[in-house]
Design a protein around this ligand. Structure first.
Ligand code: KIV
Length: 285
């Protein structure tokens, strides 16, 4: 690599360019975004086709979230999804994405017990799904798990603030780090950076706290419901593309109405079938 290439800001190719010359986004690119004051986007993905669409659209990071329990399996919480179930989604996304960094969540109960358990589960995601990093909902108390996984050679994205796997302990879906709780979010972030996390994701914390957290750590940050100060942002794709008909959190911006588009298309298909106008001559052998 020439010196110029090394120092030039990372620019993600999109569309045809991304398809023809995939260049894998790696953890050091995210660090470069932070160092150079650029932002990047992460979206969830659970299958190969959507992963390919998002990849070609230029999304830098794809998260195979345990939100699959909600949006793919219809559960009301993320606690139920198993390692074997999430591995299938993770493998599908890794197969579909040529360029994006693919990160998989470690499901509830698969890493909290001991550092050894965390390494065992993270290795399964790297080996059996082919993802490039794992995400762990973590705090200062579980920093040893993060450290052990990093020492096994696996990049860890640490998820702080509101952590859905602890929803019952946290008393439901609530903004974290308000008032004198703010220091805990910062202390957790510092402990997780110290443990070797390459990136910190903070969910549902006040925007000012996100700004403080982003300055306190040197690694890149990702926000969801945390204002604009983070290096990157993440949303669940079914929420941001308007497929989810449930109640959406305030932090979601809807960029499309896929539910409306799909409903209309499916109604047209049914009407054609009922009227006998599909299949037409052109679809018939
Ligand atoms: O599982 C998930 O989709 C997540 C995001 C909401 C950050 O953890």
């Amino acid at each position: 690599m020439s010196n110029e290439e090394h120092t030039a800001p990372y620019r993600a190719p999109t569309g045809e360019a991304a398809r023809l010359s995939p260049r894998r986004v790696r953890t050091h690119h995210l660090q470069r975004f932070k160092d150079e004051g650029q932002r990047f986007a992460m979206l969830t993905a659970y299958d190969a086709m959507m992963a390919r669409v998002f990849d070609e659209a230029g999304i830098e990071v794809l998260l195979v979230g345990d939100s699959a329990a909600n949006v793919m399996q219809g559960s009301s919480s993320t606690l139920s999804i198993t390692v074997n179930e999430l591995l299938v989604y993770a493998r599908s996304v890794a197969n579909g994405a040529d360029r994006a960094l693919v990160v998989a969540d470690l499901p509830f109960g698969s890493y909290q017990a001991t550092p050894e358990q965390a390494v065992h589960t993270a290795v399964r995601f790297m080996k059996e799904a082919g993802v490039h990093a794992v995400k762990m909902e973590a705090h200062a108390g579980t920093a040893p798990q993060v450290k052990a996984v990093v020492e096994a050679g696996i990049p860890v994205m640490a998820h702080t603030g509101f952590t859905p796997q602890s929803e019952h302990q946290l008393g439901g879906f609530r903004v974290q780090g308000r008032g004198d709780q703010a220091h805990k979010v910062i202390d957790d972030a510092l402990a997780l950076e110290e443990a070797g996390a390459f990136c910190l994701l903070a969910e549902m914390i006040p925007a000012e706290l996100m700004a403080e957290l982003d300055s306190a750590v040197s690694i890149p940050t990702i926000g969801i419901g945390a204002g604009t100060a983070a290096t990157g942002q993440v949303l669940v794709w079914q929420d941001m593309l308007g497929l989810n008909d449930g109640r959406l959190p305030r932090f979601v911006k809807q960029y499309a109405d896929l539910r409306g588009v799909i409903t209309q298309a499916v109604q047209s298909y049914r009407a054609d079938v009922v009227a006998g106008t599909f299949p037409g001559q052109e679809h018939t052998f």
